[in-house]
Structure formats: C-alpha cells, structure tokens
Design a protein around this ligand. Structure first.
Ligand code: AMP
Length: 254
C-alpha cells in the first residue's frame, strides 16, 4: 500500500517570529524556513513502515509556492520515494482548502494511509487531518504515538489523550496525525541529500486537480497580529519568610 505524507513549509521553529510593521501578520522576509516538525515525524513514520515491509511507496505532497519543493526534497533525503508539489502560489492557504487538495490526491493516488502532522507550527490550526478524514469518509487516528499496520485493511493507532493512552483499531484506508512522541526523525546523510535531488517531484496546479482557482481564497480575515507581552524578570528570595512577606505585601495574594 502507498503512504501519502503532507509536508508543510513553515518558519523554522528556532526562529523568533517578527511582526510586519502594519500588524497584518508575521514578516517572512529573509527568514529561515523548514519542514513543519510534526511533518518530519510523519515522513519518518512512513519510511519506517516502508522499511518494515508494510508500505510499498512513500509519496510526499506539499501545497504552497514553488519554494515548497525544498520541503519535499528534505523528506526525499530522509528516504521518501517521490513528491507532488501543488503550486498555489499562496503559502497562507487554509486547512479546509489543504484538506480538499489532499483528498483529491489521496483518491487519485489510491493510497492506503495518509499521515499528516497534528498541527502546523505556523498557524497551530490542528484541523487539516480531521477535515481530510471527514471529506474522504475514512477513519482517523489523531495525535498518534504508535502506528501499527496489522494487515492490508487494519491499523492500530495509539493516541495521546488527557487521561493517558488510547488504542484504536481503524479500517484502512485511514488518516493518521502525528504527535511528538511517535518517533525521532533521522538526519539525512550527505549521499541521501544528493540522491534526493534526482528523485521525481511532479508539479501540479489546481486546474490539473480539477479544482477552481478561487477555492483557495481565504475564508478568515486576520484583523490584527500582536506580539506577546514581554515577561518581567522574576526575583530570588532568601527564604520562605521573605516569600510569604512578598506574597502578602507586594503581590497581595495572601
Ligand atoms: P494544520 O491543520 O494547519 O495545523 O496542519 C496540520 C497538518 O496538515 C500539517 O502538519 C501538515 O501535515 C498538513 N498541512 C497543512 N497545510 C499544508 C500545506 N500547505 N502543505 C502540505 N501539508 C499541509
């Protein structure tokens, strides 16, 4: 069975985001971009499933500008087989539109499992996997910490929930979203980075997928973006008596 993995190009998690001066969003000029960390985990999981003989091919898809090809190449260097770049020219595409595009590709590629990140760290939406599952009418295993394909039509997904862990048995094809503890992604070796440059990446437009251009138009309007308040530095107290004094007389909480 084929695995489809969605990989999003996002601002690197080590970068402190800078706002545009008009407050309309995050300024991405000259900012380091990387594969979304949860998607890196998704790629790693799909490759492990292939290495275990449970998956025959790992196909990556990224939706955005032509620069998203770099994101696909990152996953190909880890060991994925090929990529599909859906060039919408607009990096700020919303989850519902992404889910509709992924649905179209999952159906045309006839994949057995779709693995996406639980959330993209730029919009923190945590919606795409769930929407995709609903649109496809396939079962979903979200926030996965274990993905165990039992047969061509069954997968066990262990999920992180508030009270602990829950294991679901899902019929395949299914949609899985990755949590942090699923695995630790491998580093791509230099020879694999070189090999990845030659792996196929097909470029498709919305028209190629039979989708109208206007369907990626945003449904949400960002009214304002503000940086979080700068936190005041804490103070050290010498002993418990001083702490109680400060809580009583300065913070007024006792
Ligand atoms: P979100 O619902 O926006 O938090 O995103 C959840 C997951 O959906 C991400 O971790 C990706 O796997 C996938 N995804 C979202 N947007 C894109 C995109 N533009 N291209 C590829 N995958 C995406």
């Amino acid at each position: 069975m084929k695995a489809l993995v969605a990989v999003k190009r996002v601002i690197d998690y080590n970068v402190k985001p800078r706002l545009k001066s008009d407050g309309s969003g995050v300024d991405l000029t000259n900012v380091k971009m990387s594969i979304n960390p949860f998607d890196e985990i998704a790629v790693e999981e799909a490759i492990r499933l292939k290495e275990a003989g449970k998956v025959s091919e790992v196909v990556l898809v990224s939706i955005g500008s032509s620069k998203s090809e770099e994101t696909i190449r990152t996953g190909l260097a880890m060991g994925a087989d090929r990529g599909i770049l859906v060039n919408t020219g607009d990096p700020a595409i919303e989850p519902l539109a992404v889910a509709k595009i992924l649905k179209s590709i999952a159906e045309s590629e006839q994949v057995g499992i779709v693995i996406v990140g639980k959330q993209a760290i730029d919009d923190d939406c945590n919606q795409t996997g769930q929407m995709l599952s609903a649109l496809l009418d396939w079962p979903q295993g979200t926030f996965a910490s274990v993905v165990d394909i039992q047969s061509a039509d069954k997968v066990l997904v262990t999920r992180e929930i508030d009270g602990g862990l829950q294991t679901l048995e899902l019929d395949l094809p299914a949609v899985v979203t990755t949590d942090l503890r699923l695995n630790e992604p491998r580093f791509a070796s230099l020879p694999n980075i070189m090999k990845a440059k030659k792996k196929p990446v097909s470029k498709v437009s919305l028209a190629d997928l039979g989708l109208p251009e206007n369907f990626i138009e945003p449904r949400l309007i960002v009214q304002k973006t503000e940086a979080p308040e700068v936190r005041q530095a804490g103070v050290k107290v010498a002993d418990a008596a001083e702490l109680i004094d400060k809580l009583r007389n300065e913070a007024g909480v006792l």
